[in-house]
Design a protein around this ligand. Structure first.
Ligand SMILES: [Zn+2]
Ligand SMILES: [Zn+2]
Length: 322
């Protein structure tokens, strides 16, 4: 540990990095924490005995379902494989919960591959449905896994929230990627997928590359980036989706192994609902283990301090280090 006294936030080993697309600055400050497994109390585990509203048999505990994939039974009865319901405490009118499995103890990381692919297909089906409502401009699909990440129910689920406007941060990113693309003639994310150095690569499949981004905001922040250009997640076809499900599960398992099952957030970043296919925006999945707390410095400046260099995160996740 170097310079380890209070107030020494930015010491000798720190490095400023600017995200090449958004221009967002982060500080990679490895002296702020020791080995990643010294992060504490951010585990996802918490087995409670309360009645679970997402388990089969308790369908009446949720609002009536919007959609289900099922082997048997009628709406709001057991027999479903995946179930979509309105959020009981919606933040906005279009706020849905995708219950990924009837099995209370399965997670997206360890369910059978075909089921994980079906979960992704369900996300796509809901995005396509919400797009038909022209008042909805933007939808975000996100998962809070574990109490440390804001989850209040442990049964595997993902949320979908649609907004009547495109949020400011997304507008900024759209604008930044458009001006970068127009200047260079290549989508910046396509470039990122093809040219990320070996030192920041976690794994590759036929259609996807998994990287630790150059200017990672958080320790072990991990992105799954499609190799082929596409601005909308729901345009990915069946074969691509099966490939993605495998890569997604592999990535989550690596994170679980390296960090002992941390709480995490996952977001599918995809282009605005009503936008046509965009030449310079590129959908992706971002996974952020919740290992450190955001403090006043980040709050006050919008600049994140990341104690784990992305190269170290990639080395551990890619399995080069036991
Ligand atoms: Zn349950
Ligand atoms: Zn692209």
């Amino acid at each position: 540990m170097a310079g380890g006294h209070d107030g020494g936030i930015i010491a000798d080993l720190s490095e400023f990095r600017t995200d090449p697309i958004t221009g967002r600055t982060v500080i990679i400050a490895p002296e702020r924490a020791g080995r990643p497994n010294e992060f504490q109390n951010r585990r996802a585990v918490s087995r409670t005995a309360r009645i679970c509203a997402f388990c089969p048999g308790n369908e009446k505990e949720t609002p009536p379902e919007i959609l289900s994939y099922r082997d048997a039974g009628r709406a709001d009865e057991p027999g479903w494989r995946i179930r979509v319901v309105p959020n009981k405490y919606p933040a906005l009118p279009a706020h849905e919960v995708i219950i990924e499995t009837p099995d209370h103890n399965l997670t997206l990381a360890d369910m059978p591959l075909p089921q994980a692919a079906e979960v992704l297909h369900c996300f796509q089906e809901r995005l396509a449905a919400l797009r038909r409502n022209e008042r909805l401009q933007f939808a975000t699909i996100f998962k809070n896994q574990g109490e440390g990440a804001g989850a209040t129910i442990e049964h595997a689920h993902t949320q979908l929230l649609a907004l009547p406007d495109v949020p400011w941060s997304i507008r900024q990113e759209l604008e930044a990627s458009r001006s970068d693309g127009e200047a260079s003639g290549v989508c910046a994310y396509c470039r990122m997928a093809r040219q990320a150095p070996e030192s920041r690569r976690v794994l590759d499949s036929e259609g996807f590359t998994v990287i630790s981004p150059y200017a990672a905001r958080f320790p072990f922040e991990t992105w799954i980036v499609p190799k082929d250009h596409g601005s909308h997640f729901d345009a990915v076809g069946g074969e691509g989706l099966a490939d993605l499900a495998g890569v997604f599960q592999d990535t989550l398992r690596r994170i679980n192994r390296a960090l002992e099952g941390p709480a995490y957030n996952m977001v599918i970043q995809t282009a605005p609902l009503q936008a046509p296919p965009l030449a310079y925006y590129h959908w992706r999945i971002e996974i952020i283990p919740r290992l450190n707390k955001i403090g006043g410095f980040e709050w006050g400046t919008g600049v994140y301090i990341n104690p784990t260099p992305p190269e170290e995160a990639a080395r551990r996740l890619s399995g080069e280090e036991a």
